[in-house]
Structure formats: C-alpha cells, structure tokens
Design a protein around this ligand. Structure first.
Ligand code: PNS
Length: 163
C-alpha cells in the first residue's frame, strides 16, 4: 500500500490545500496530512482547530477513507514518514519562489532518508492563495471565504480575535 505525507502548517487549510489533498489521494492509497505544531510560531488557529477543520473537510469531500489527519511531531519529517510507512512527501508549487523554498528541503529529506518529494503544480485558478495572505487579508477585514473550504471558514469565525 502506498502512503504519502502532505505536511504543512495549514493555518488555515485553503482551497489550494484541498486541491492538493484530492490530487494526492488519486496518486496514493493513503494520504496522511501532517499538521505541524510550532508553539513558538504565532499563528491564527490552534493545532486542534486546524486538524478538526481539515478532518471535517475530508469528510465533506468524501476523502476520509483515503486521507487521515495527524499532528506532525516536532522532530524530522523523514522520521515521521518512516514511522508511518510513507514513501514520499507531497508539496504544492504555486511559483518558482515556492520551488526555491522547497528545493533544499526536498534535497535534504532525500539525503537523510531517501524520501522523495513529489511536487504538484498548483491549479492556476488557486495559485494566488496562501495561508499567510489569507491570514493577512482576514486580519485587515477582507473577504476570505471564497478561498477556504467551509470548515476552515467556520474555524476562522470561531477563532479568538488577536488583533
Ligand atoms: O506549510 P509550511 O509552513 O510551509 O510547512 C513547512 C513544513 C512543516 C513542511 C516544514 O517546516 C518541515 O518539513 N518541517 C519538518 C522539519 C524537518 O524535517 N526539517 C529538516 C529537513 S528539511
């Protein structure tokens, strides 16, 4: 059985992430969305809120049989991959800037454990969406609902106002 890991902060999980999860599920028998937990990184949504929104989205999209949601422990991503029997990491590329960020990590993961990274080119219509810009637009009062699956929208509404 082929397993791949789709790691990230997912703060919040966007329509771009959903597209990646769908496409990863078409490529592998099992997709593990690994949500990173960095208590020192000041984000918008807590770990549980992000995981719950992703799991609810997978259920809505009929992907729950293939896609599971886990916490990415603080250690190396490749150790997590080995622990769960994943052969590859999946990451999305919106632009060449993303590739510049991703390339060293992909090379390092391959060096450390011969874990390959499969890059999926982001759907053009979603290439402007990033969690960081969604957070910024949201914080400044802009409309972000059309960039997020329903459960992420609800998580944002329920998030404590930190402004
Ligand atoms: O959504 P993000 O914030 O771009 O995700 C980054 C993530 C979680 C994929 C990245 O920080 C990561 O792979 N962390 C695991 C730490 C690790 O293994 N580092 C060394 C090898 S690159």
């Amino acid at each position: 059985m082929s397993t791949v890991v789709l790691p990230g902060s997912f703060d919040p999980f966007t329509l771009g992430h959903l597209d990646l999860a769908r496409r990863a599920a078409a490529l592998a028998d099992r997709v593990v969305i690994a949500v990173s937990h960095n208590p020192s990184k000041k984000g918008l949504l807590g770990l549980d809120a992000r995981k719950e929104a992703i799991a609810a989205t997978m259920a809505q999209e009929d992907l729950a049989d293939t896609v599971e949601v886990r916490t990415l422990p603080g250690g190396l991503l490749v150790d997590f991959c080995r622990e769960i029997g994943a052969g590859a990491v999946v990451r999305g590329l919106r632009s060449q800037l993303d590739l510049a960020y991703e390339e060293p990590m992909a090379r390092m993961n391959r060096h450390l454990a011969e874990i390959d990274t499969v890059f999926l080119l982001t759907e053009s219509s979603l290439a402007h969406i990033s969690s960081s810009l969604v957070r910024e637009v949201h914080a400044l009062g802009g409309e972000v609902s059309n960039m997020l699956p329903g459960p992420s929208q609800q998580a944002l509404v329920a998030a404590p106002d930190v402004s």
